[in-house]
Design a protein around this ligand. Structure first.
Ligand SMILES: C[S@@+](CC[C@H](N)C(=O)[O-])C[C@H]1O[C@@H](n2cnc3c(N)ncnc32)[C@H](O)[C@@H]1O
Length: 242
């Protein structure tokens, strides 16, 4: 099966993909976070995730405005669709922040996956300091599997904390993840396996998969980011051939 990035709504695209055809789900869905009240969460991502007064460095993206109950329902809907696409024993990794950590562990389990742990992404002291409060220095990867996940799988020991700063030169999306972080994370998939990312954004998971020798498929709804992802993946393929 060829590597492919689909542009559109994951909820419509996932049902068109072949059952039992992926070896890992690794994704960074919209968090629907960035505030305590429903009104605060309905604000555009630039108001929630960029510092006040900063010029717009990256385009807005869709799907981040749901209130808590709608977000949980939506998470369970697409995760349930991924159940069908994954092979037995496949690992699942879902990015989230401190606010949405409980919802994300619930969603994983409601969709029928086995919850196995939480990995910490330490963004380092480069994040915004808060006077009199701890820095919000971490995001989280809720991880689990489709049923049993034997330790005899052909995957290496992975770190429980990955310390990796966000670097401007490696950031192609408003909430883009560092390529080095994703290159470590994709190794949870057995060598040569096929990785699914239904919320590809600027394509960092898919790029990391490609650089680490995996096959991949992904979806992205915001056309601006789907284009950026295509370009990054195209450049990586070209570089590998020269
Ligand atoms: C948190 S971002 C992913 C960023 C990515 N990890 C990166 O490094 O660039 C989530 C992405 O999901 C996309 N998205 C939101 N709802 C979607 C949907 N229903 N189907 C497909 N993509 C969607 C958004 O446009 C956004 O780009």
């Amino acid at each position: 099966m060829e590597n492919k990035l689909y542009q559109g709504d994951a909820l419509s695209l996932l049902p068109t993909l072949e059952a039992d055809s992926f070896d890992a789900l690794i994704t960074d869905p919209p968090y629907a976070s960035g505030g305590v009240t429903a009104a605060e969460r309905r604000r555009p991502p630039s108001e929630k995730y960029q510092q006040t007064g900063q010029r717009l460095l990256h385009a807005e993206f869709v799907g981040d405005e749901r209130d808590q109950r709608a977000h949980l329902r939506w998470m369970v809907m697409w995760l349930s669709e991924c159940q069908r696409l994954l092979r037995d024993g496949a690992p699942v990794c879902l990015f989230t922040d401190w606010r949405q950590l409980p919802l994300t562990t619930d969603a994983l389990q409601c969709a029928g996956f086995t919850w196995r742990g939480v990995l910490v992404w330490d963004k380092t002291e480069g994040v915004r300091p808060q006077l009199g409060r701890p820095r919000n220095q971490a995001e989280y990867v809720v991880w689990g599997s489709k049923g049993a996940m034997p330790t005899s799988r052909m995957a290496p020991v992975l770190p429980g904390v990955i310390r990796e700063p966000v670097r401007r030169v490696d950031k192609y999306h408003m909430t883009g993840k560092p390529t080095a972080l994703m290159r470590q994370l994709v190794r949870i998939c057995e060598p040569g396996g096929r990785i699914l990312d239904p919320f590809a954004g600027s394509g960092t998971t898919l790029l990391a998969a490609q650089l680490e020798g995996y096959r991949w498929a992904g979806c992205e709804m915001t056309s601006h980011y789907a284009r950026i992802a295509q370009e990054r993946l195209h450049d990586a393929t070209r570089d590998a051939m020269t």
